[in-house]
Design a protein around this ligand. Structure first.
Ligand SMILES: NC(=O)c1ccc[n+]([C@@H]2O[C@H](COP(=O)([O-])OP(=O)(O)OC[C@H]3O[C@@H](n4cnc5c(N)ncnc54)[C@H](O)[C@@H]3O)[C@@H](O)[C@H]2O)c1
Length: 317
């Protein structure tokens, strides 16, 4: 039986990945400073360590004490707008966090790493769907820190034995169970529910984009599908030498208007979404090419937009 350490394992995605890893028969150690996570989301049969990934000695100690096979590095700051206002915070936490983690892994001799990257590394790509070979040009400090993290992993693997997979998540949504919803108010679906709670009309930012209905198109991926991709990536790292980047999405786009229509179906009434001006920095369309992850990892998403919105709504309630 192998043991995996999850940085950020008390967060939205990490809590799902922890459960999926346990269900696969692996042992789990969660390392999280609880700056955004929830202690009660850590499964009872996982070990919890309440420190920052910036504490290299504590990470090294955990890797050694629990004889950790590999790390899934989810811990990060993730709000794009905040990263524009506080870039140094993002460089300290996300880039500094990766420096600290890789140092601790080198000291402890830990050889497997799955890294939470993001579609934000692509910026506003000239074509869609986006393959992993598309040039990266992030639009925000957040996206920059995610891309720098990928470079650091790749460079470290040249210097010492390291099997690694970077997963570029597209728009993560939904909940594996009602107690595990996305509690941050950064993503579209939680923002829609928050607006409905306040008795306000959800807003559609921009209706003149070059897309079928004029609103932005994104590739929404169910957090349970995403968690299954992590277990497959962990197994790939365990099986031998690997060094690769995978997009994680469905390969299908949904527009903001389509999301609003599906929310209306799920809640059983027209949510009355209203069109407002574009926001600065929203690319028109971000849809993943999922050929590489299907071919090399044997993984593909099985849940659709309605599954995501219905499970997110159940969690929200
Ligand atoms: N949610 C998305 O749509 C999305 C999309 C692409 C990539 N990602 C990436 O996925 C990862 C997880 O995202 P999430 O949505 O679960 O976010 P989240 O904020 O719910 O989880 C992040 C977790 O990391 C912890 N953390 C933050 N800084 C830490 C530190 N220095 N030391 C230890 N723990 C720390 C937080 O307490 C939290 O539990 C992040 O790396 C994020 O960049 C998320």
């Amino acid at each position: 039986m192998t043991t995996w350490l999850l940085t950020g394992g008390a967060g939205y995605i990490g809590a799902h990945v922890a459960r999926e890893l346990l269900a696969s028969g692996r042992q789990v150690v969660v390392l999280d400073d609880l700056s955004a996570g929830h202690r009660e989301r850590v499964p009872a049969d996982a070990t919890f360590i309440g420190v920052s990934v910036l504490d290299t000695a504590a990470v090294r100690d955990a890797l050694t004490r629990y004889d950790v096979t590999g790390v899934i590095h989810l811990a990060a700051k993730k709000a794009v707008g905040e990263s524009v206002e506080k870039p140094l915070l993002y460089y300290r936490e996300n880039v500094g966090g990766m420096v600290s983690l890789l140092q601790a892994m080198a000291d402890a001799g830990t050889r497997c790493l799955v890294y939470s990257s993001s579609a934000a590394v692509y910026g506003d790509p000239p074509w869609s769907p986006i393959s992993e070979d598309t040039p990266c040009a992030p639009l925000s400090p957040y996206g920059q820190t995610k891309l720098i993290g990928e470079w650091m992993v790749r460079d470290e693997a040249v210097a010492r034995p390291l099997s690694w997979v970077s997963l570029r998540y597209f728009n993560v949504a939904g909940a594996g169970s009602p107690d595990l919803g996305d509690s941050s108010a950064n993503n579209l679906i939680p923002l829609v529910f928050a607006a409905l709670d306040r008795g306000e009309a959800p807003r559609v930012f921009g209706t003149d984009y070059p897309t079928d209905d004029g609103s932005c198109v994104r590739d929404y991926i169910h957090v349970s599908d995403l968690s299954e991709a992590h277990v497959a990536a962990a197994a790939l790292c365990e099986s031998g030498e690997v060094a690769t980047v995978f997009n994680v999405g469905t390969g299908r786009g949904a527009s903001v208007w389509q999301v609003m229509a599906t929310v209306s179906e799920v809640v059983g009434r027209d949510v009355g979404a209203v069109a407002v001006e574009r926001r600065v920095g929203d690319p028109p369309e971000l849809v993943a090419s999922v050929d590489r992850i299907a071919g090399e990892l044997g993984w593909s998403a099985s849940r659709d937009l309605r599954d995501m919105i219905a499970s997110a709504y159940a969690a929200h309630r």
